[in-house]
Design a protein around this ligand. Structure first.
Ligand SMILES: [Zn+2]
Length: 728
């Protein structure tokens, strides 16, 4: 189920100082763009004066490509885009030596859809990935990875957050798709498991070093600027008042070893480096703290820098562009044809100073419609105007009013009509849908008595009360639920959840949170009830269903869990979490063969998932088949040496086979990898105590008491307290 963050040790590449003074030359912010623009203009004027034509567009087959996507990075957080006091020397250098696009917009404001856009060159309404959960990138849509792979490129992807796990389908075309975040075991409530940038960069660098000659495509995703903003030193102190900007600085530092190698290496002219982000961050603008609800410029604007010293001269491009332009641009740079029917266009000629008229750009923010039942947000930018289609529609003149403060809907009816018509034309392409498959699954659920009416919470019409602008207060409370949970105030978090439920009773996410919190307090029955309500409100949501099934099994109702997951497990593309929940329930019922078959299906969905192998081993162990169990745990470690649960299980096997020293070593390794896994903490603490190593045991038993869920561990927790001489 899900994944848990591995606490990584400090040190490593991220903390290394930038290598050479020359490499870290920092340009004064903002002035960079202007200086380059002036130089380019002067050069163009001189060329015209002497009758020379501007240089033609150069292309080069077989260039290696590095695509860097920095999650949640606002363009204006970078020195190169004008931020005073930014500490982003490597990215600024990339911009000063390359081509900076001033105005680039994402089409989605959350991670998985946005990466689907930029890797495929298609809009969300074309590939169908609309949110981070519940969607999978389609198997038949080409991406930059599949296209370059066909051309003989060696392809590697290194991602830093669970949202881009290979199970979501973006791994196709990559020789290596490294989504190893370590740990990878228990579901991490209210938390997206992530990997530190320095570690992702190190993994990418060693892959690169092993590739030798020949064209390579390296996709690197870094996650630092995403909430929560918790930079380490030195950024933690330097940016104490602006931790988001500390994370931006930290991500730049994390890039240093790789950028140093490529930008200053002997092959620097054989590389095209593309740097962008998937979306920005609101940081309080329009009452939104992070991203995902609105699509104001704070979350829509992203950086885009192209760097190819063998081909490109420094330049700033002012023509607006979008993420869908990225794939055709890279293919164009390499002299390769783009697939037919793409929404984007090549920006490569613009990078050489050619002109092109701006084109309308589509955007959407559908997450809160999907998981909260709020009005869906869609819109279009055209000719400097931006239209946001909501029950309370918005129209802004971005040039006159870049902060989108003055809504022109009432004053510019003709423009409103024109942009609405533009949006309608985009929406004609909204063809990718899973309607048939969903209807079938719903029908089967109805037959089982679970769902009264199909997608009951999805409204046909939305009114002003459903407009996210009127619901930001609820969003603030949802955020407060998370921060109270993180600070240990579960009762306070539940009170806020219940307030939201009173105010807006049909938001699936409120019940999902309530379920986590009740389980945290040991109220398994209430947790099951809340998870069930969330699932009823959004019956096709894998997260709600798998949580409901897991809690049912924990509450001693595995047969019910098997029944409710049935309609999903047989679908065309069953969800990994649902299959895992089902497999666990089957194992609990003693139906080991069926459980193993279910985990086989899970392996087919995501072959590189080490957690599934641990689950396979666990089922074998439950069935008393020790050799296959050991093989499965070892296979899990071969896929992901950082998977703590495999070490824990091998420790358990060693212990039951009388090798207590090996068991203790295994468990210590597991705790190192995942200091919060209560099962390992218990095994280690209890065994050390039994081996008369009570002093050594104490820290693990105390950590166990901190981490164990009361709902499942009440009895053992009582015993451990007694061992430690504590009153309960
Ligand atoms: Zn993101």
């Amino acid at each position: 189920m899900g994944r848990k963050q591995r606490r990584n040790k400090p040190g490593g590449a991220a903390s290394e100082p930038p290598p050479t003074p020359a490499a870290t030359r920092r340009r004064p912010s903002l002035r960079l763009g202007l200086v380059v623009a002036v130089v380019a203009a002067v050069a163009a004027a001189a060329a015209m004066a002497t009758g020379l034509l501007p240089a033609g567009v150069k292309r080069e087959a077989g260039l290696s490509v590095l695509l860097v996507s920095i999650d949640t990075l606002r363009a204006d957080a970078l020195g190169a885009y004008g931020r005073q006091g930014a500490d982003t020397p490597w990215i600024d250098r990339l911009a000063s030596e390359g081509v900076l696009f001033e105005t680039v917009r994402a089409h989605s404001v959350v991670t998985l859809p946005s990466h689907s856009n930029l890797l495929s060159g298609r809009l969300p309404l074309e590939h169908g990935v609309r949110d981070n959960t519940g969607f999978r990138f389609p198997k038949d849509v080409p991406t930059l990875a599949t296209l370059l792979k066909e051309r003989g490129y060696r392809t590697g992807a290194f991602v830093s957050a669970f949202v881009l796990d290979s199970r979501f389908g973006l791994d196709r075309g990559f020789d290596v798709y490294d989504d190893l975040l370590g740990g990878a075991e228990a579901r991490a409530e209210f938390h997206v498991p992530e990997r530190r940038g320095g570690l992702t960069v190190a993994a990418a660098s060693s892959w690169l070093a092993a590739q030798g000659e020949g064209p390579r495509f390296l996709f690197l995703h870094l996650y630092e600027p995403h909430f929560p903003y918790e930079p380490r030193e030195p950024q933690r102190t330097r940016f104490a008042a602006e931790p988001y900007h500390g994370e931006v600085s930290a991500v730049d530092a994390a890039l240093a070893p790789l950028f140093g190698r490529i930008l200053d290496g002997p092959e620097k002219e054989r590389w095209l480096v593309v740097l962008t982000s998937d979306h920005g961050e609101s940081l309080g603008e329009h009452a939104e703290m992070t991203h995902g609800i609105f699509a104001y410029e704070a979350s829509l604007r992203v950086p885009l820098i192209l760097h190819a010293p063998g081909l490109l001269r420094p330049r700033v491009v002012t023509t607006p562009a979008g993420h869908v332009d990225l794939l055709p641009t890279v293919l164009d740079a390499l002299g390769l044809p783009a697939p037919d029917g793409l929404s984007g266009r090549s920006l490569w000629p613009l990078a050489f100073g050619k002109r092109a008229a701006p084109v309308p750009a589509y955007f959407e923010a559908l997450s809160s419609s999907l998981n909260r039942g709020w009005a869906p947000l869609r819109g279009v930018v055209d000719g400097g105007l931006k239209y946001v289609d909501l029950p309370l529609p918005e129209l802004y003149d971005l040039e006159q009013d870049p902060s989108e403060a003055s809504n022109l809907v009432a004053r510019r009816p003709a423009d409103l009509d024109r942009l609405r018509e533009r949006l309608a034309r985009f929406r004609e392409r909204d063809g990718v849908s899973r309607v048939a498959e969903e209807a079938e699954a719903l029908e089967r659920l109805r037959a089982l008595g679970y769902v009264a009416s199909a997608a009951s919470h999805m409204k046909e019409r939305y009114g002003e009360a459903d407009d996210p602008k009127n619901l930001v207060e609820i969003d603030t409370r949802i955020r407060d639920v998370v921060s109270r949970y993180r600070s240990g105030d579960l009762q306070g978090a539940i009170a806020l959840c219940e307030e939201n439920i009173r105010e807006r009773p049909e938001m699936p996410v409120s019940y999902l949170h309530l379920a986590y919190l009740q389980r945290g307090l040991g109220n398994l029955k209430q947790a099951v009830a809340a998870a069930r309500r969330s699932f009823e409100l959004r019956p096709l949501d894998a997260e709600a269903l798998s949580l409901y099934a897991v809690y049912l099994t924990e509450a001693g109702q595995p047969a019910e869990a098997v029944k409710v997951t049935g309609p999903y497990a047989t679908g065309r593309e069953p969800d990994l979490d649902v299959l895992t929940a089902r497999g666990m329930a089957l194992a609990r019922l003693g139906r080991f063969d069926t459980a193993l078959a279910t985990f086989e299906t899970a392996r087919a969905v995501d072959p590189s998932n080490a957690s599934t192998l641990v689950n396979v081993g666990t089922v074998h162990l439950m069935a008393g088949a020790r050799d296959p169990a050991r093989r499965a745990f070892e296979a899990a470690l071969a896929v992901d040496p950082g998977i703590a649960r495999a070490h824990n299980s091998l420790g358990v096997m060693a212990m039951t086979e009388g090798r207590s020293d090996e068991a203790v070593l295994r468990w210590k390794r597991a705790v190192e990898l995942d200091p919060r896994d209560y099962q390992t903490l218990y095994n280690l603490g209890a065994t050390l105590r039994r081996l008369s190593r009570a002093t050594e045991a104490q820290q693990y038993l105390e950590a166990y008491l901190r981490e164990a869920p009361l709902a499942l561990e009440a009895r053992d927790m009582e015993r451990v307290r007694a061992w430690l001489g504590r009153r309960s």
